[in-house]
Design a protein around this ligand. Structure first.
Ligand code: GDP
Ligand code: IMO
Ligand code: MG
Length: 436
């Protein structure tokens, strides 16, 4: 007998920052558990509700509503950052009902040092990382000498593994910077303390989640980063070191693919990117400046101004294929107000030929020319006016916005489930009441 599966995944289809935090919090209202399955504190997820702005790097966005939150084995953990986030929530009188996978890998200070040094030595191939040690930690996981949360909470296992790893990394770092040094004993003491403080949260999350899903609990999987930053299916090497798309959920949680009920793909009404790498629809003019200001496009983690450009439906179609997207969620429609015409990329041209599928290789993408459609924009409104429109529902949206949304739906051949016209939880219009 097939059991009913009450799970939904929210996956970014672009280069991250699509509004996953906002939408996850929205869906969390109807859920029991929210799960992160990839990435670490390179992520920055923002939620605004009841006049408070929350910014999470590691804690799943369900924490605002004090839901059960799970950090899966596919994540990499900076324990100091995680403890700070728990502490910040406690200060707001929020109960943190966290389960942390014993097999997630741990970020150490030498990973962070290596991130910066390796980036500097990569030159034109540098991805412009967040310098949080993400790549070096996933490298050690794949190299099979990484240190896991289980080791962190058992100092007797942590010590010999850390001594070995430290020596290996020290030798490597010294090839970049002969004067580099760190005190092994103080790292051990700090991490032993972190382990003691995190111990109560650590469990076998794969077992826990499978049991919860089998018993009918409603679960939201919250992606970090976006499809185009995927280590396997993104614009390599200008991406991150995990699988941010739906393909990463099973490996990053221990939940089999057949238990992932629905997969929704989240996009902005335009495109943004932080860090390096090709961006075919990127804008550099006063329109870029306007979108950046109206969308507050500055990185949550590093504060870097985000690069912005027109919506690229060609790479989103690719994301729909890779993720197996059921429905689309579109955010930041309000941020395009007062801009006309608005352009939308519907394909790429290469050497006079229209491409059939997104070319993936950055060396080819560089030579492609986006093909655009133009749309009339909509009038500028105050955030209060947008909130009021959200309150009234879809019919109250500006006509030009409805035409833009219809074009996205037709071009992607995918229905739109939710639209977002402001940063607050309530600035949201649901078009599919049966989504979850
Ligand atoms: P995430 O990494 O995908 O969770 O996205 P971020 O939180 O890094 O970036 C999205 C930004 O847009 C945040 O500052 C959100 O508060 C904000 N945001 C989300 N949806 C909307 C929207 O519909 N309109 C506006 N104006 N801001 C939004
Ligand atoms: P959220 O979850 C946007 C980008 C970095 C860099 C590349 C590799 O908030 O959407 P890393 O530190 O992961 O090794 O950096 O990936 N990047 C993000 N860009 N949003 C994110 O997360 C990102 N996480 C990493 O800018 O180009
Ligand atoms: Mg973000």
């Amino acid at each position: 007998m097939t059991k009913e599966i009450n799970t939904i995944a929210v996956c970014g289809l672009s280069w991250g920052d699509e509004g996953k935090g906002k939408v996850t919090d929205y869906l969390a209202q109807q859920s029991d558990i929210v799960v992160r399955y990839n990435g670490g504190n390179n992520a920055g997820h923002t939620i605004e509700a009841n006049g408070i702005k929350y910014k999470f790097k590691l804690i799943p966005s369900g924490a605002v509503l004090e839901k059960e939150v799970v950090i899966g084995n596919g994540c990499v953990i900076n324990p100091k950052v995680l403890l700070e986030e728990i502490n910040n929530l406690n200060k707001l009188n929020k109960k943190v009902d966290l389960k942390l996978s014993s097999t997630a890998h741990v970020i150490f200070p030498f990973h962070i040092a290596l991130d910066g040094l390796e980036e500097a030595s990569k030159g034109e191939y540098s991805a412009g990382t967040t310098k949080r040690g993400i790549g070096p930690t996933y490298s050690d996981k794949a190299g099979r000498w990484g240190i896991r949360i289980f080791d962190l909470i058992h100092p007797e296992f942590l010590k010999p593994k850390l001594e070995k790893l430290f020596q290996i990394k020290k030798n490597l770092i010294k090839t970049y910077d002969p004067n580099w040094d760190m005190d092994l004993e103080s790292i051990f003491q700090d991490y032993k303390t972190y382990g003691e403080r995190l111990k109560a949260y650590v469990t076998d999350t794969a077992y826990y989640l499978n049991k919860a899903i089998d018993s009918g609990k409603k679960v939201v999987f919250e992606g970090a980063q976006g499809n185009l930053l995927c280590i396997d299916h993104g614009m390599y090497p200008f991406g991150t070191s995990s699988n941010p798309n739906a393909l990463g959920i099973s490996a990053g949680t221990g939940i089999p693919p057949k238990k992932i009920g629905k997969i929704v793909g989240i996009i902005k009404a335009y495109t943004s990117r932080v860090g390096e790498g090709k961006f075919p629809t990127e804008l550099f003019n006063d329109i870029a400046e306007k979108i950046r200001e109206q969308g507050h496009e500055y990185g949550t983690v590093t504060g870097r101004p985000r690069r912005v450009g027109w919506l690229d439906l060609f790479n989103i179609k690719y994301g729909i294929m890779i993720n197996g997207i059921d429905k689309i969620i579109i955010t930041l429609l309000d941020a395009l107000h007062g801009i006309t015409p608005i352009k939308m990329c519907i394909g790429y041209e290469l050497n006079g030929q229209i491409l059939e599928s997104w070319p993936i290789q950055h060396e080819i993408i560089e030579k492609c020319k986006p093909i655009y459609k133009e749309f009339e924009g909509w009038e500028k409104k105050s955030s209060e006016e947008w909130s009021e429109i959200a309150n009234q529902g879809y019919d109250s949206l500006p006509n030009a916005m409805k035409i833009y949304l219809q074009a996205i739906k037709e071009e992607l051949k995918t229905d739109i489930a939710i639209i977002s016209i402001g940063p607050n939880r309530n600035d949201t219009i649901v078009l599919d009441e049966d989504l979850f």
